[in-house]
Design a protein around this ligand. Structure first.
Ligand SMILES: [Zn+2]
Length: 103
């Protein structure tokens, strides 16, 4: 999985809205979060980088925060010092795997 795919899958699993182009034809712009726009200007401002979607791969602490909020902290889902310091998405992948298998 690419870091984009990891970020997106983790967001889906934990209920975080993801903003990405679904349809972009003049007068009808649809985002993956379900919002529709008539103007391309409003649409562009709704998407990254203007509208921030979390980069869980580059910021492993965000994964820990979400997992703690969901009360998955203390579960054995593969957290190590190495994965906490990794910026390539290791901890997000471990979290995805654990959530898919255990929830
Ligand atoms: Zn959106």
């Amino acid at each position: 999985m690419t870091t984009e795919e990891i970020n997106r899958r983790f967001a889906e699993l934990v209920g975080v809205e993801w903003h990405d182009v679904v349809c972009a034809s003049p007068g009808d712009y649809l985002c993956s979060c379900g919002k529709r726009f008539e103007s391309s200007g409003d649409y562009v401002l709704h998407l990254p980088p203007y509208y921030h979607t979390p980069d869980y791969c580059a910021n492993p602490v965000l994964v820990l925060e979400v997992m703690m909020k969901l009360e998955y902290w203390g579960e054995n889902w593969g957290v190590t010092i190495g994965s906490m310091l990794d910026k390539t998405g290791k901890i997000a992948l471990e979290a995805i795997k654990w959530i898919e298998e255990n929830t």
